[in-house]
Design a protein around this ligand. Sequence first.
Ligand SMILES: CC(C)(COP(=O)(O)OP(=O)(O)OC[C@H]1O[C@@H](n2cnc3c(N)ncnc32)[C@H](O)[C@@H]1OP(=O)(O)O)[C@@H](O)C(=O)NCCC(=O)NCCS
Length: 207
Amino acid sequence: MPQPILRTDRLLLVPLADRHLELEVELDSDPEVLRYIWGRARSRDEVVESHAQRMALAGRVDGLGFWMAFGCDGGARASTAPPAEDEGEFIGLMMLPPAHGPDQPDDPTVTDLGYRILRRHWRKGLASEASRALLRHAFDTVGQRRVIAQTMAVNTGSRGVMEAVGLRYVRTYFPHWDEPLPGADLGEVEYEMTREMWEAGRAPAEG
Ligand SMILES: CC(C)(COP(=O)(O)OP(=O)(O)OC[C@H]1O[C@@H](n2cnc3c(N)ncnc32)[C@H](O)[C@@H]1OP(=O)(O)O)[C@@H](O)C(=O)NCCC(=O)NCCS
């Protein structure tokens, strides 16, 4: 199963492809966007490397991977139709790869939700809207058992998204960093949504 194009009321989520590289470069050129991730903007070469890693990760588990979010006028929830020539205004990068970090189990039924939005689009509910679509995709289409999300404890915006979409706090942990970012002393947090939580939260009308 290839990654589908997903739609929400305001967003078109298009599977990450090589043609999106310059948009990834633009996203990572803002140090404020990367404040809790790299602590600085990233060079084009660094983004080229990340892009290759993302494309490789997306090949590991059918249906999982990375999506570029574009503004749209809404429509059906999912489609296999190819994207239009003009994909719309770029909003950000949504992530749903298999869990793969050193602190994560190597389990193809666990996926790792993440998001990175252009600063001019913050605080409009867009990361939450896209995350809900990815949760639906993870549980209802791919059949994942658990979705986790991790961030620095001090990343209030990221935790706000996790809480807004119904993930629950699991743990705080303290990885070793060679060059810790400000706030690293407060650790990293992990949140989760299990299949049971997802099914319990679904409205009866949705089946
Ligand atoms: C984190 C990020 C994706 C949030 O995107 P967003 O589209 O602004 O988030 P939303 O508008 O969906 O907000 C979701 C919730 O978090 C809260 N929130 C978002 N940003 C916040 C902030 N900076 N401070 C406090 N709360 C915040 C919102 O109020 C909202 O809660 P509500 O539903 O109760 O109102 C965005 O700030 C970003 O791209 N940050 C840089 C990249 C990053 O840190 N990614 C996470 C790395 S793990």
